[in-house]
Design a binder for this molecule. Structure first.
Ligand code: URA
Length: 210
C-alpha cells in the first residue's frame, strides 16, 4: 500500500505480537515482549545505516574493520508509550543520544499540543529513530516529527508495533520521507481511535493503568 511502510513479518515478531495482543497477557510480560519486538524492528530499520572503516588491532594483526559512521544516533520517544520501546533500543545502540516529545490532545480542537520537548543537539547531523508503539490516527506521530524537523532533523525513521491504515496514510501524506517500520498493519480504527483488532491501550497495558 505504501512506499515507505515496512511490515516485519519475521515469525518471531509475529509470534511475540500475538502474545502481546492477548488480553490475558500481564503487564510484565507485555513490557518484555515489546522490548524484544522493538529490537527485531530496529534490526530491520537500521540495516542501511552508513559504515566507515576503522583501523584496529586484533590480538593477531592489524585490520580495517567497519563501524557506524557519523554522529551518534538520536532515539526519540513519544511519551508515554514510546518509553516502552526505548530501553531495549538503548541496549542495542548504547551510544545513542535520547530525546522525548510529550503531546496531549486538546479536547476542543482535537489537535496534539506539545507539553514537553527535549532532544539531543545537532539533530541535523544524526540519524533519528522515533518510537511510539501505536500508529493510530497519526496525529501525534506527525506532530512529533514536525517538531523534530523544526529542530533540524532530516534523517528520521519511525518505529511502531502496530499501524492502522489511516495512520500510515496520514504519515505518508505529511512526511513521505520518513520510513515507517512496524510489526503489523491492522484493519482499521474504531470510532474512538483505537486500532482494530489491535491490543488495547498500549500505555495502560505496559504500565498497568486504566
Ligand atoms: N493508542 C493505543 O494505545 N492504542 C490504540 O489502539 C490506539 C492508540
Amino acid at each position: 500500500m505504501s512506499q515507505t511502510l515496512t511490515v516485519v513479518k519475521h515469525p518471531l515478531v509475529q509470534h511475540k505480537l500475538t502474545l502481546m495482543r492477548d488480553v490475558k497477557t500481564p503487564s510484565s510480560k507485555f513490557r518484555q515482549l515489546l522490548g524484544e519486538i522493538t529490537q527485531l524492528l530496529a534490526y530491520e530499520a537500521t540495516r542501511d545505516l552508513p559504515l566507515e572503516m576503522r583501523e584496529i588491532d586484533t590480538p593477531l594483526q592489524s585490520m580495517e574493520s567497519p563501524v557506524l559512521a557519523g554522529k551518534k544516533l538520536a532515539l526519540v520517544s513519544i511519551l508515554r508509550a514510546g518509553n516502552g520501546m526505548l530501553d531495549s533500543l538503548l541496549h542495542l545502540i548504547p551510544s545513542a543520544r535520547v530525546g522525548f516529545v510529550g503531546l496531549y490532545r486538546d479536547e476542543e480542537t482535537l489537535r496534539p499540543v506539545q507539553y514537553y520537548f527535549k532532544v539531543p543537539e545537532a539533530l541535523a547531523d544524526r540519524d533519528a529513530l522515533v518510537v511510539d508503539p501505536m500508529l493510530a490516527t497519526g496525529n501525534s506521530s506527525v506532530a512529533a516529527i514536525d517538531l523534530l524537523k523544526e529542530a533540524g532533523a532530516t534523517r528520521i525513521r519511525f518505529l511502531c508495533l502496530l499501524a492502522a491504515p489511516e495512520g500510515v496514510a496520514r504519515m505518508e501524506e505529511a512526511h513521505p520521507d520518513v520510513p515507517v517500520i512496524t510489526a503489523a498493519l491492522d484493519e482499521r480504527l474504531s470510532d474512538v481511535g483505537y486500532i482494530l483488532p489491535g491490543l488495547g491501550d498500549a500505555g495502560d497495558r505496559m504500565f498497568g493503568t486504566k
